[in-house]
Design a protein around this ligand. Structure first.
Ligand SMILES: Cc1ncc(COP(=O)(O)O)c(C=O)c1O
Length: 463
């Protein structure tokens, strides 16, 4: 019987096709002509990479592509198998981009995801039992549940020092939904919307989908650059509490100048406050909304504090604009689930969300301290005083090699380049410590520190 590592694959290094595409092609053909049969186990990425004398990434990418197309089956922890289907599903004309390859010993340090494993099960169940006690309603309120809006106003007063009442609040399904509702009210064909560059791709996509022309607005280490902002923007999207992805916290004088710009041009600032609940060793800065509620719409979310799976966020604005948005929301039959809002209201009311936040602040601060301890000596870190990610600044030429070699060693992370539209001013690694355990963050950062030190010697402060 053939062992799993003697597949007669041959790859050409002269070909214009990437090695991973050639390998995926070879495997597809082998599955069609019966060389590989349903249920058969494929070699591990490590073994096949060694046999073919290619990097493990080549094999991982080929396998990921075939998983995405339905040719392969993964049984958790036990390997990769030819999918057991009567007739293999032909690959689509244009296969969707596969998710980033997850090496076997994967440590995920990409930004964006929170830790969802530690939550208070009893509190969660209680909240849902309570939600089930209440009957469904025939006509959901486009503003959201009055009780939840009261509780959110109270939460924002305490957590963000914002002087708001329920009349300022509309309950959304999260930031993405909030962005769309802003676009519905403020944007459309013929309007221009500024979006931070580098920035959150969802803002670009959602505004463009409502017909706005997207104007990339440059960012430096402190956040969005005010000088040079065009005068004809209807909306400017920004992340002042913790710039996504560079991590800057917009200093107060620049906040004031940004608001002055908005007052003089008539633009509305959409303030994405996505991870403002988390900051380390620094005093809170007031939200832009708190500095001038007439020019700002603030979007908050439970996606970082609890989980994106809950699907609850909030839009805070001037009562007239909130009323307009609520009216428009009805016209597109958009709403936030009532039972979900009931459950969230109970979590807020009983202090469960506050307790969870306190626990997570401590947990994230430990992980962030580990990143600083391990990477601080080998490169310059930015954006490490808030949120769930930071920037490890590196010369542009070094970044791809570090990312590639990290991937080969099982550490997944992003570069700043992936979030850019225009010219890159700051280069480096975006390191998320939300979804990996403290032990994994430490393991991953040790590997990164080694790779960075071998690829690049940071100048000492005195040089
Ligand atoms: C910049 C930014 N804003 C907001 C969110 C959360 O969006 P939502 O509330 O739609 O899940 C994310 C999530 O990754 C984000 O990166």
């Amino acid at each position: 019987m053939r062992t799993s590592v003697d597949l007669p694959v041959s790859l050409s290094r002269e070909s214009a096709d990437p090695l991973s595409a050639q390998l995926a092609d070879w495997l597809r053909r082998a599955m069609l002509d019966g060389t590989l049969t349903p249920g058969e186990r494929l070699p591990s990425t490590r073994a096949l990479a060694a046999q073919l004398e290619v990097s493990r990434t080549v094999v991982t990418e080929a396998y990921q592509q075939l998983y995405a197309e339905g040719w392969l089956d993964g049984r958790h922890g036990s390997g990769t198998f030819v999918a057991d289907m009567e007739a293999p599903t032909p690959p689509r004309e244009t296969p969707p981009p596969p998710p980033p390859a997850r090496p076997e010993a994967g440590i995920d340090l990409t930004a964006g995801q929170p830790w969802v494993r530690d939550y208070d099960h009893a509190a969660w169940k209680r909240a849902w039992r309570k939600a089930a006690d209440l009957p469904p309603v025939a006509s959901p309120d486009p503003y959201g549940l009055p009780r939840l809006r009261e509780l959110l106003a109270d939460h924002l007063r305490r957590a963000r020092g914002m002087a708001v009442g329920p009349e300022n609040i509309l309950v959304t399904r999260g930031t993405g939904n909030g962005l769309d509702l802003c676009a519905l009210a403020l944007l459309g064909p013929g309007t221009r919307a500024g979006v931070e560059d580098p920035g959150y791709h969802v803002a670009r996509t959602v505004f463009a989908a409502r017909g706005a022309e997207i104007v990339p607005c440059p960012v430096d280490e402190d956040g969005v650059i005010v000088d040079g902002l065009p005068g004809d923007l209807r909306v400017l999207y920004t992340t002042p509490a913790h710039q996504y992805p560079l991590g800057g916290r917009l200093p107060i004088p620049r906040r004031e100048r940004l608001l002055a710009w908005a007052r003089s041009t008539g633009a509305t600032i959409v303030e994405d406050d996505y991870d403002a609940e988390f900051r380390y060793d620094v005093a809170p800065l007031p939200a832009l909304y708190g500095l001038d509620p007439s020019r700002v719409v603030l979007l908050g979310t439970l996606s970082k504090t609890l989980s994106p799976d809950v699907g609850v966020g909030w839009l805070v604005g001037d009562p007239a604009l909130v009323a307009e948005i609520a009216g428009l929301r009805r016209t597109v039959a958009d709403r936030t689930s009532g039972p979900v809002q009931q459950a969230v209201a109970t979590l807020l009311e009983r202090g469960d969300l506050d307790r969870h936040l306190r626990r997570m602040r401590l947990e994230y601060s430990r992980r962030r301290a580990a990143v600083v301890e391990l990477l601080g000596p080998v490169c310059r870190l930015r954006g490490d005083t808030a949120g769930l990610h930071l920037l490890a600044e590196l010369p542009e030429a070094v970044v791809p090699a570090v990312i590639e070699r990290a991937r080969e060693r099982g550490v997944l992370l992003d570069s700043t380049g992936r979030h850019h539209h225009g010219r890159e001013r700051l280069h480096g690694l975006v390191i998320g410590y939300g979804s990996a355990s403290l032990a994994d963050v430490r393991r991953g950062c040790r590997i990164l520190a080694e790779l960075i030190a071998s690829e690049y010697q940071a100048p000492r402060p005195s040089e």
